[in-house]
Design a protein around this ligand. Structure first.
Ligand SMILES: [Ca+2]
Ligand SMILES: [Ca+2]
Length: 337
């Protein structure tokens, strides 16, 4: 057991320690950033109650147990219903998921269809399409999970999904306002501390961090709270509806938001595609596809909107158990499925 886990146990000695989870004690921090993408601003102070968080993203091995126990069929394994997608071309209504399939040459970075392919038969068991499998990948994060799949897993495990504020507080590992989860330098002494993308995205994946695709969890050092893989590897679902910017910083200490829960479902629709009414959640942490020339989102403050019905080869999740108030405590005793 690590020293941070020891410390966590001292802090909540009256509670049994959930397996493979770390304790994050209630506190306040500066959420967001004013120095990067507009949706991260404004930086503002918030406070969150105590919670336990999974030490790693949910792995294929853990997800397998959930499927075995519940018979859950993931969103990507089901054929979409035409009535749910009135604008969709009928030939695109098949069971599948978005797979990163990079071109061999530089492409227009404004056109994500150059590297994302909606692939028939791609799902958590077949992350790169029907011919691929997860043999030997039990300790890699599960991918191709839509929001409903992540939530179903959390409920089965007697847990919940983190809010954006909880996720970001945990990712910062006790270093307030730092650029990265480990400090202000991306690669201190030239060392990679997360699985991201080196080279020119999307055609040149140099993998100088050791991994072209997902990596086994715990391949890089944990953050100050002892938590692994918050940054990079896979993006992670949070329970907050997406807003295109944060709320303003409170002028007085009395008015710092406590346990913020994001925006409204209606406000989370994509304003660039008004005809599509699919709400979007916040995902956090960036992935193995985040590259300096395209998406510098390998930072705790970074955030991205993900439609709830979308699953991809680089989005997974992890869970929390709240201890800070009665309402949330009831979530931790949900019977397992
Ligand atoms: Ca990498
Ligand atoms: Ca991550």
């Amino acid at each position: 057991m690590s020293s941070s886990q020891d410390q966590a146990h001292r802090l909540v000695s009256d509670l049994p320690a959930p397996q493979d989870m770390l304790f994050v004690e209630r506190g306040s921090f500066r959420m967001g950033s004013d120095h990067h993408y507009p949706e991260e601003a404004p930086s503002h102070r918030v406070s969150v109650d105590s919670f336990w968080i999974d030490a790693t993203p949910v792995t294929n091995g853990q997800f397998k147990k959930f499927i075995r126990d519940t018979g859950h069929v993931t969103f990507a394994e089901k054929k979409p219903k035409a009535e749910d997608y009135p604008n969709a071309l009928p030939h695109l209504l098949f069971a599948g998921s978005l797979v990163f399939a990079p071109p061999r040459y530089p492409v227009d970075l404004r056109d994500w269809s150059q590297w994302w392919t909606l692939m028939r038969g791609a799902n958590w068991r077949h992350p790169y399409g029907r011919k691929s499998d997860i043999h030997g990948l039990d300790n890699h994060p599960v991918v191709h999970v839509a929001y409903s799949d992540a939530l179903a897993y959390a409920q089965w495990a007697g847990k919940d999904l983190p809010t954006e504020a909880e996720w970001e507080f945990a990712a910062r590992g006790g270093i307030d306002s730092a650029e990265y989860a480990w400090g202000d330098e991306f690669t201190p002494d030239g060392k990679h501390l997360a699985n991201t993308w080196q080279g020119s995205f999307p055609h040149e994946n140099l993998a100088t961090d050791g991994y072209e695709r997902t990596s086994p969890v715990m391949s890089y050092p944990p953050n100050g709270y002892g938590i692994y893989d918050m940054i990079g590897n896979v993006w992670e679902w949070t329970s907050d509806w997406y807003t295109n910017q944060h709320t303003a910083d409170a002028r007085k200490a009395c008015c710092i938001p406590e346990n913020p829960r994001g925006g409204s479902e209606e406000a989370s629709y994509d304003p660039n595609q008004p005809e599509i009414k699919i709400p979007r959640k916040v995902i956090k942490g960036g992935s193995h596809l985040c590259a300096p020339n395209y998406c510098r989102r390998y930072r705790p403050a970074a955030r991205h909107a993900e439609p709830v019905d979308t699953s991809t080869s680089h989005v997974g999740f992890r869970c929390v158990i709240r201890t800070g108030n009665e309402k949330c405590q009831s979530l931790s005793v949900t019977p397992q499925g």
